[in-house]
Design a protein around this ligand. Structure first.
Ligand code: GUN
Length: 284
């Protein structure tokens, strides 16, 4: 069994982004810039935003940070997005989700220019992915493709089962695996015989948000298992994935740990998307 180390692979991706960012600055005088917007004071979101800013610093991006109070109106947020859309020095715009209840998430996502939507959440980018056109791809699924490719896992023609159908992970993951010529099944909470469906998988991707739900009897001998779950054990406070790691690890050929698997890739791919956005402005 091989452990896919997301810390090492995300570091490689960030170092590649860092080198290209420096080159873009030296050759074209362009400083890559990501604007990060957080509305309210959700503690988990604050941690994510802090980590995104740290990553920007590491790769050499400028980061603009907007930490707005909980009571910020939707109109005020849309005005800020509009200003950033028009600012040619800004290459990526990210609104940390979730937004407070009085703000409509879809309206916010739709307001971000698709050319700056480095999260890949805008319908234009989702549509582009669906029909195989260039666009930004949601960072977590894009990171999983990198984990597989950089671990030399062959995707072509393989049976891939994705458990979970969210807009951010499950659905884009299915489209990306299809693009890589996998045979794709998307399973979810209503799937009948989930265990049997999962057992078909050469590559099993769990993105359900239920701690240790995928036990060894869901996994075919020798399968590749990717765990997207980030669940906190209410008793121990420790992080754990959707996969029962100790028991599944003995059965599969590759597995991602939690923490240190898929998680670190999300921010690395965000950096990669933002660099891509800046490169597009100079036609590269
Ligand atoms: N909240 C949880 N994950 C994400 C993400 O990938 N992007 C944004 N903007 N918000 C999130």
């Amino acid at each position: 069994m091989n452990i896919i180390d997301g810390k090492i692979i995300s570091q490689q991706v960030k170092d590649e982004v860092k080198a290209r960012t420096l080159q873009l600055k030296e050759e074209k005088g362009i400083e890559v810039c990501l604007a990060v917007i957080l509305v309210g004071a959700d503690p988990a979101s604050q941690v994510y935003v802090r980590n995104k800013k740290k990553a920007c610093e590491y790769v050499g991006f400028k980061s603009l940070s907007y930490e707005l109070p909980e009571e910020t109106s939707q109109e005020e947020l849309l005005t800020l997005i509009d200003k950033l859309n028009k600012d040619e020095n800004v290459h990526g715009i990210l609104v940390q989700m979730p937004v407070p209840k009085h703000i409509d998430e879809k309206t916010v996502i739709d307001a971000i220019s698709p050319e700056k939507d480095v999260d890949g959440f805008h319908p234009m980018n989702v549509g582009a992915l669906c029909i195989g056109e260039p666009g930004f791809v949601s960072c977590t699924p894009a990171g999983i493709i990198q984990l597989l490719k950089r671990s030399d896992v062959d995707i072509n023609g393989k049976e891939c089962v994705i458990v979970g159908r969210s807009n951010i992970v499950g659905k884009p993951m299915a489209l990306l695996m299809l693009r890589e010529n996998a045979t794709v099944t998307v399973a979810h909470s209503r799937t009948k015989n989930l265990k049997e469906v999962c057992k078909r998988a050469d590559i099993l991707i769990a993105a359900v948000g239920k701690a240790k739900m995928i036990t060894e009897d869901f996994v075919k001998e020798g399968a590749v298992v990717i765990d997207v779950g980030i669940n906190r054990n209410s008793e121990t406070g420790k992080l754990c994935g959707d996969v029962d790691y100790e028991n599944v690890a003995t059965k599969c050929s590759y597995i991602t740990p939690v923490p240190g698997g898929v998680g670190p890739m999300t921010i690395a791919m965000l950096m990669n998307n933002c660099l891509e956005s800046a490169l597009r402005t100079v036609g590269e």
